[in-house]
Design a binder for this molecule. Structure first.
Ligand SMILES: [Zn+2]
Length: 105
């Protein structure tokens, strides 16, 4: 039975096999949610918090809380080009295609 302090669900349990061949359990505290990052460029999303009402947790624009403002701008421009048939979906950079499809549909 683990120590009382290690029975909480906030403790992460990892089984490791030690060189002698037996397996031991190691406990470490789960860290909280990390900072939000852009899904495309992995840059930090600055205006995203985890507390408060949903509307104040992330920007209320399209892809707010998912893409940074730079990647969001590229997606919107590419989507309008696809809509106006100045560009086909195959010409859109593959990393943005998923998000452009979300607007064009
Ligand atoms: Zn980005």
């Amino acid at each position: 039975m683990p120590n009382t302090k290690n029975r909480s669900t906030s403790m992460r349990k990892v089984k490791r096999r030690v060189p002698s061949g037996e397996s031991r359990e190691y406990y470490s505290r789960r860290s909280g949610a990390g900072a939000a990052h852009c899904a495309v460029c992995k840059g930090a999303l600055k205006a995203v918090q985890s507390t408060g009402p949903k509307s104040s947790r992330r920007p209320e624009r399209k892809f707010g809380g998912v893409l940074c403002h730079k990647c969001q701008k590229i997606v919107v421009v590419e989507a309008s080009r696809v809509k106006e048939k100045a560009k086909s979906m195959d010409d859109v950079d593959i990393i943005y295609r998923k998000y452009v499809e979300g607007i064009v549909k």
